[in-house]
Design a binder for this molecule. Structure first.
Ligand code: 6PG
Length: 472
């Protein structure tokens, strides 16, 4: 009766693909969905003849699981997860494991983990990245929960994960919310990467107006070099896709109004709360918000005019190279900021995150997979206590080498009136971080002027505070 290695509740596309992946790797899987017809459709469709138990009740689902029972939930983040947990609790025993594989908020995961621990049940918040295809063929998996509970999950998750450089893209991240936090940070970085690619497109479009076919070649070339990544690859493919109805490039017909489900905002909000600059991702989130104000922008465009620069007279190839370099440099800054955020969260929650592991499991399966993650893995392998990725010699050299081109790309954007919140935030971070002195002396004077907030002096020991009588 209890023959299944694992069970999964929630047969939407991600859940369905994950169980097919598990089954294809030799695991027997119990499946359940609140709406029975969904289970029946799976039984008659993609699950037919495969090694599944198609449970029609939650009791049957639990009864089908080997002990310790492993029950994965793949439902919408938020209240639905709590509802499923509540239904599962009376059916489970101490030692069993509940896994939440959705994009849940890490503080929810911490709360759930704590409550279930009191009942002797292990709770895991597992970040799963890679979209539908990744779920089916091998995602990147970021598990967080008790080290003891991980022992019973490791054989399954390491087997269904993507493989990069011969290693599974799945490592234990740390206790309670660590896995979901790392997944959230991954999504934030994903937002940054996507925005930077869009800015590259916007600058080139404004200055050189390449056709979709030319863009297809440009991004295709970039994907052969240092920028080689899943997101550049899909961008290349997007430019080749024609609309069947009109024959036009589909990208030109898509409305410029970005959606978002929330993980980017969570990332930026918490970075800000911890005092970590996350300006590239913040720029990306804001860019999505601004894009969504389509009607307002359309009407503002009739009132507010930008510059009218002369047609681009420089070397086209050089500008394309400059934009590519700006993209690479900005991407490095974005990852550097993201890793600092993870470091700060790790300290805050005592997670002991391992950055080499994190970079290494992002090399395959997930949306941000990219060749350059090998170098990030290397950087943390050499120096696990690296304070900021930009200080690693490999990345510092790239930032030095690309700097002139990076500035050219931003200047071109400004000249053409193209918004580049990601590129310019990255460059400002670079210019601030490498500055021994910033204008914050003046800011401190202002604070002291209107609020007697005091300041430290450059010629006196740190920690000694002064106030000036500004009036009179
Ligand atoms: C992944 C993706 C996945 C999902 C995002 C999209 O890693 O597989 O990040 O989790 O596509 O949630 O997020 P937005 O709808 O916010 O763009």
């Amino acid at each position: 009766m209890s023959t299944c290695d694992i069970g999964l509740i929630g047969l939407a596309v991600m859940g369905e693909n994950l169980v097919l992946n598990m089954e294809s790797r030799g695991f027997r899987v119990a499946v359940f969905n609140r709406t029975t017809s969904v289970v029946e459709a799976f039984e008659a469709g993609r699950g037919q003849g495969k090694n599944f138990v198609f449970a029609k009740t939650l009791a049957d689902f639990v009864a089908a699981l080997k002990r310790p029972r492993r029950a994965q939930i793949m439902v919408k983040a938020g209240a639905p997860v709590d509802a499923v947990i509540e239904q599962l609790i009376p059916l489970l025993e101490p030692g069993d494991v509940i896994i939440d594989g959705g994009n849940s908020l890490w503080t929810d995961t911490q709360r759930r983990e704590k409550a279930l621990k009191e009942k002797g049940i292990h709770f895991f918040g597992v970040g799963v990245s890679g979209g539908e295809e990744g779920a089916l063929k091998g995602p990147s998996i970021m598990p967080g929960g008790s080290a003891e509970g991980w022992k019973s999950l490791a054989p399954i998750y390491t087997k269904i994960a993507a493989v990069a450089e011969g290693e599974p893209c799945c490592r234990y991240m740390g206790p309670d919310g660590a896995g979901h936090y790392v997944k959230m940070a991954h999504n934030g970085i994903e937002y940054g990467d996507m925005q930077l690619i869009c800015e590259s497109y916007a600058i080139l479009k404004a200055a050189l107006n390449p056709s979709a076919d030319e863009f297809h070649r440009i991004f295709g070339d970039w994907n052969k070099g240092e920028l080689d990544s899943f997101l550049i690859e899909i961008t290349t493919n997007i430019f080749a896709k024609k609309d069947p109805e009109t024959g036009l490039p589909i990208v030109d017909l898509i409305l410029d109004k970005a959606g978002q489900k929330g993980t980017g905002k969570w990332t930026v909000g918490h970075a800000s709360e911890m005092g970590v600059p996350l300006s590239v991702i913040a720029g990306a989130v804001e860019a999505r918000i601004l894009s969504s104000l389509k009607d307002e922008r359309v009407s503002a465009s009739t009132v507010l005019k930008g510059p009218s620069p002369a047609p681009y007279s420089g070397d086209r190839v050089k500008l394309i190279e400059a934009v590519r370099d700006a993209l690479y440099a900005s991407k490095i800054i974005s990852y550097a900021q993201g890793m600092v955020q993870l470091g700060k969260a790790s300290e805050l929650y005592n997670w002991h995150l391992n950055f080499e592991d994190i970079a290494s499991i992002w090399r395959g399966g997930c949306i941000i997979r990219a060749r350059f993650l090998n170098h990030i893995t290397e950087a943390y392998k050499k120096n696990p206590a690296l304070k900021n990725l930009v200080l690693d010699p490999f990345f510092a050299e790239i930032l030095q080498r690309t700097q002139a081109n990076w500035r050219t790309a931003v200047q071109t954007a400004i000249e053409y009136g193209v918004a580049v919140p990601g590129f310019s935030a990255a460059l400002s971070y670079f210019d601030s971080y490498r500055s021994a002195r910033l204008p914050a002396n003046l800011l401190q004077a202002q604070r002291d002027y209107f609020g007697a907030h005091t300041y430290e002096r450059t010629d006196k020991p740190a920690g000694e505070f002064f106030h000036t009588e500004w009036f009179g």
